[in-house]
Design a binder for this molecule. Structure first.
Ligand SMILES: C=C(O[C@@H]1C=C(C(=O)O)C=C[C@H]1O)C(=O)O
Length: 96
């Protein structure tokens, strides 16, 4: 790549930057896959907890526990954390 040609895939203007971006993207891809795997594992566990509780005559949801989780994400990530937590909870029990 010459200095005045932008690398299309990375958007970088010089090869060392393009190379570094490719490396960082590899790690980003690994992290994204870990998040996806954990997201699916969590949803599956959450569904199992709901089934176990209902089979025992209990409720489908426990709102106090959900509030605790939303608050943990909000405290760690700010307002976006609230949105992440709500999506996470929905992925386990479906929309309300
Ligand atoms: C998984 C549970 O059941 C439901 C789902 C929750 C979750 O996905 O974290 C939290 C509370 C409950 O409404 C639980 O009680 O722990």
């Amino acid at each position: 790549m010459t200095a005045d040609v932008m690398d299309q895939a990375t958007g970088a203007g010089k090869e060392p930057a393009a190379e570094r971006i490719r490396e960082m993207r590899e790690r980003i891809n690994e992290i994204d896959q870990a998040i996806i795997d954990l997201w699916l594992e969590r949803a599956s566990l959450s569904q199992e907890v709901g089934k176990t509780r209902m089979a025992s005559g209990g409720t489908r949801l426990v709102l106090a526990r959900e509030r605790e989780i939303v608050e943990r994400f909000r405290a760690a990530l700010g307002p976006d954390g609230t949105q992440v937590a709500l999506l996470l909870l929905r992925s386990g029990r479906g929309p309300l």
